[in-house]
Ligand binder design. Sequence first.
Ligand code: PBG
Length: 324
Amino acid sequence: MIFPDYRPRRMRQKDAFRRMIKETILTSDDLILPLFTIKGKNVKNSITSMPGHFQLSLDNLIKTVKEAHELGLPAVMLFGIPDKKDSLATKAYAKNGIVQNTIKALKDAVPDIMLITDVCLCQYTDHGHCGVVDGNHIDNDASIELIAKTALSHAEAGADMVAPSDMMDGRIAEIRQALDANNFSDVPIMSYAVKYCSSFYGPFRKAADSAPQFGDRRTYQMDPANGLEAIREATMDVEEGADIIMIKPALPYLDIISRIREEIDLPMAAYNVSGEFAMVKAAHEKGWIDGKKVMMETLTAIKRAGADMILTYFALEAANEMKK
Ligand code: PBG
């Protein structure tokens, strides 16, 4: 392929040619919309750093989920904002907790969209950590018991898939056992398998009121400097029974997405997180970039890197854009 015999520009001259040789095609099937559910009536609290996103009470949430379904999104991911927090996150696994109630109501209102639930304790603990705290230390094995209990309570309420985001060791096996022992062997687990200790979660922690009250998450989330460790984490979760492996964040970790794609043959998700979303929105508002084009380029890049599905706050906007 030596110039002038091969001229790559030849195939870029016409739109039809460009379409024919396009390697990555993004569709609404690839996108999952994260949503924040809160108690009350007609609540729609803006999340300042995430324009277009809100803490929604059920009535408003139903409208958004219907819109998502009509736009062809296969699933939404639910995050609960409880009315009370305590040291053992009891509202995370309460029968009538915010997520449990939301699932039941959504299943009636919009039966055909899949409901994935984020399974974690940090929104529900008064200290804001993703596990049980003992002094300054997070007790791994006590935490996974409560995490499995939370996952089971979501399945009992009707969740189609559970997605643990806590990064405790052994939680996938613990959840799988709890689900199987209770007749939920058909409920899959989407594991936040490779979750980095990232500063890109800032806007989300405000939205979900889940920032740690002391210290940080470095003793359980991964060091951004590590790549091989991602393979170990993903492999463990496959062995423990995960059905989908997630990498998070997405854009600063495209190398990890493509490495995991080579190593692991399970379906793979990537989470285009709150900070990634906020940066695009902020730069667009300043008139520094074209936010819509950057959105489409970002999502295409994440898919090109190897993700089969993308959790993204852009899901509705991108699905709308693709309809045009
Ligand atoms: C909870 C959780 C977090 C996110 C998803 N689940 C925050 C965290 O780990 O602190 C982040 C999502 C985002 O930034 O969009 N463990």
